[in-house]
Design a binder for this molecule. Structure first.
Ligand code: HEC
Ligand code: CU
Length: 506
């Protein structure tokens, strides 16, 4: 946001007049009841006009340095578009500004906001917006109800500093929010915020898909799962991996980092935590006047926010998680802050967290996803040219299977398939596994317990059944991977084989 360094005298006079009118209009407003006009009050014309800088996540617009209120024009467009929930999984997102969460809006306490909501011509449905920063019935929902291809306008005064969620409030509301219609609006206190070196924008939300977690292809919204609050995905910034690998948040040792964190929901609250860090300051529920100090995990309600600040003291990888941990490690709510700089052995001397710990979010898994995408692209080109494609398709299946392996099996059988002596048998060159394909499928579906002997070593432990978690496709993929990794050699598995065995053992 651009700020004039010198405020012209004329403007100052106008401002003083505006302030007086503003006070008067506030007093007046308290007395006005029904039938008040929804149009901007006359004071509006006297405020300097600014156009809000909006940013996509995880970016945050620059701090406001202006010392006076303005009439801030915000233009936001709703766009319905297909994106990826995770590699290979397509989903139709409903977005504010083309991203989930929607564009970050930054204004100043006392500003008057002229809000323009547009709904793209290609949309199938009407949408609107309810900003929690609005004082007024519906938070703006009623005047902003916008049909596809149309635009609407309303104004509000940002009376209270804080960090607020905005979201769609069009019926069925939970469905609109579940499809990604939420974002954050920061109302900076008049005196501004303390300086930090970096600011980031992160929001948590759940997705309810017809298929299981990671099931490939286009996924429909599943209304029953949503009603039961049984999400398939719980993610930061709209997708699994939106804050990992190349997209990880970054900082240098010694820098201060502020995260504007919100929960879009529509249903779950978040136990927000950064593994390996303590928040030096937490503005709980986004309330700016009473920060708490030295907090490890902050509870953020659905439709709520928290501003957290930390100082990066030690280089390495820090995982952002919802500490309801199934969501983090099994449903996607895991991001990464990568801190670069000199080691600080006086604070921490030891290894970084690595692939063993991060599984599906590790660099190895990201690489498998990239390989798969490349091979798939090659495949579709090759299909047109040459019908002999069995080998290539097996490779693609292997890369997909590796991603399943790294999200589930690796935790017990280990990254390298060697298992852990006495606890988990090896899959690398396992005579037991390689001897019987049908039994291998059955083990993944139904689990295994009781004594078994693998490569001459006997073990008596238990593996949980995975039939409720994995689809036929995923089981075929993961077995194709383990049957061809670490020196193993075997034919690929087909989903139909898995399906047949699943039905036989029902
Ligand atoms: C929670 C830990 C755990 C997970 C997760 C797990 N397993 Fe196992 N698995 C075991 C244990 C323990 C055994 C041995 C069970 C026994 O002693 O009867 C086993 C046995 C096996 C065996 C037969 C023994 C061998 O070494 O050949 C296969 C094959 C196998 N698992 C494959 C998988 C695959 C594939 C996955 C992922 C889809 C997986 N497992 C996930 C713990 C696990
Ligand atoms: Cu909507």
């Amino acid at each position: 946001m651009k700020t004039p360094r010198v405020i012209p005298a004329v403007l100052l006079a106008a401002l003083a007049f505006a302030a007086a009118l503003f006070t008067a209009s506030l007093i007046g407003a308290a007395e006005v009841t029904a039938g008040a006009p929804a149009v901007p009050p006359p004071v509006a014309a006297l405020l300097p006009i600014e156009h809000a800088v909006l940013t996509p996540p995880p970016q945050v617009p620059p701090p406001i340095t202006r010392q006076y209120p303005a009439r801030v024009v915000v233009k936001l467009e709703v766009v319905e578009k297909v994106g990826q929930l995770v590699d290979g999984v397509d989903y139709t997102y409903w977005t504010y500004g083309g991203t989930v969460p929607g564009s970050f809006i930054r204004i100043r306490e006392g500003d008057e906001v002229e809000f323009h909501l547009a709904n793209a011509a290609g949309s199938r449905l009407p949408h609107n917006i309810d900003l929690h920063a609005v004082t007024g019935p519906g938070g703006g929902a009623t005047p902003s109800l916008t049909a596809p291809g149309q635009g609407t306008t309303f104004t509000f005064r940002a009376l209270q500093a804080g960090l607020y969620v905005y979201h769609c409030a069009t019926t069925p509301v939970a469905t609109h929010v579940a499809n990604g219609m939420y974002g954050l609006v920061l109302v900076e206190p008049k005196e501004g915020l303390p300086h930090v070196d970096r600011e980031y924008y992160v929001m948590q939300g759940e997705f309810y898909t017809s298929g299981k977690y990671g099931e490939f292809g286009y996924q429909e919204f599943d209304a029953t799962k949503a009603l039961d609050e049984r999400p398939t995905y719980v993610v930061f910034n709209g997708a699994v991996g939106s804050l990992t690998g190349k997209s990880a948040l970054t900082a240098n040792v010694g820098e201060t980092v502020r995260l504007y964190f919100g929960v879009g929901g529509p249903n779950l609250s978040s136990s927000f935590h950064v593994i390996g860090e303590t928040f030096d300051r937490v503005y709980a529920e986004g309330a700016y006047d009473r920060p708490a100090r030295n907090v490890s995990t902050v509870l953020v309600p659905s439709g709520g926010t928290a501003v957290v600040e930390l100082k990066a003291d030690v280089p390495g990888s820090y995982a952002l998680v919802d500490h309801s941990l199934s969501r983090a490690f099994d449903k996607g709510a895991l991001g990464m802050l990568k801190v670069k700089g000199e080691p600080a052995p006086a604070v921490y001397a030891g290894a970084d967290i690595d692939a063993t710990y991060l599984g599906a979010h590790s660099d190895a898994s990201a690489e498998a996803a990239r390989n798969e995408a490349e091979l798939t692209a090659l495949f579709s080109v090759a299909v047109r040219a040459d019908p002999k494609l069995a080998e290539l398709s097996k490779d693609i299946q292997g890369e997909r299977g590796k991603q399943v392996y790294l999200s589930l099996c690796y935790a017990c059988h280990q990254i390298d398939g060697q298992g852990l002596p006495g606890a988990f048998p090896p899959l690398a060159r396992s005579d037991y596994m390689l001897a019987d394909r049908e039994r291998a499928i059955r083990i993944v579906l139904k689990g295994l317990s009781g004594p078994v002997t693998v490569n001459g070593v006997s073990i008596n432990s238990a593996m949980p059944p995975l039939e409720g978690i994995l689809s036929d496709w995923q089981i075929a993929d993961v077995l194709s991977y383990v049957y061809n990794a670490w020196g193993n050699e075997g034919a690929a598995f087909k989903p139909a084989e898995v399906k047949a065995i699943r039905q036989k053992n029902r």
